[in-house]
Design a protein around this ligand. Structure first.
Ligand SMILES: [Zn+2]
Length: 121
């Protein structure tokens, strides 16, 4: 039988956000029910991220993608305004939906102060 989970989570490697991410995941996603991708810049490196989502769909039949960028991301540097992050997250969502029209895609933005906020689509 094919192993299955519901969700893939994509977030930056940045150590400063791992505790907040773990807490958010524990509150919102059942443990053991998600694939997890850590990559510098989150959706910034889309050419690397998208194949992971495709594989998670093929291997685990995920139904939901959670994309998380964050404040003060070194991979973005000075270009990493809130507007830039939100634009990249929305473009990433559109790209997921092109390949997987029925997929649920959540966009999140993590703050240095600890909160994780939803980004409107
Ligand atoms: Zn980062």
């Amino acid at each position: 039988m094919q192993p299955q989970c519901d969700v893939i989570v994509v977030a930056c490697i940045d150590f400063r956000f791992q505790r907040a991410l773990d807490t958010w995941l524990a509150a919102h996603i059942k443990h053991g029910n998600y694939d997890r991708v850590g990559i510098a810049g989150g959706v910034k490196n889309w050419d690397v991220v998208m194949p992971q989502i495709t594989l998670a769909k093929q291997l685990h039949n995920i139904r939901r993608v959670i994309l998380i960028n964050h404040e003060d991301c070194g991979a973005y540097g000075a270009a990493g305004t809130r507007e830039k992050h939100e634009a990249d997250l929305r473009a990433a969502r559109a790209a997921v939906l092109r390949d997987f029209p029925g997929m649920e895609v959540d966009l999140l933005f993590a703050r240095l102060a600890g909160g994780i906020e939803r980004v409107g689509v």
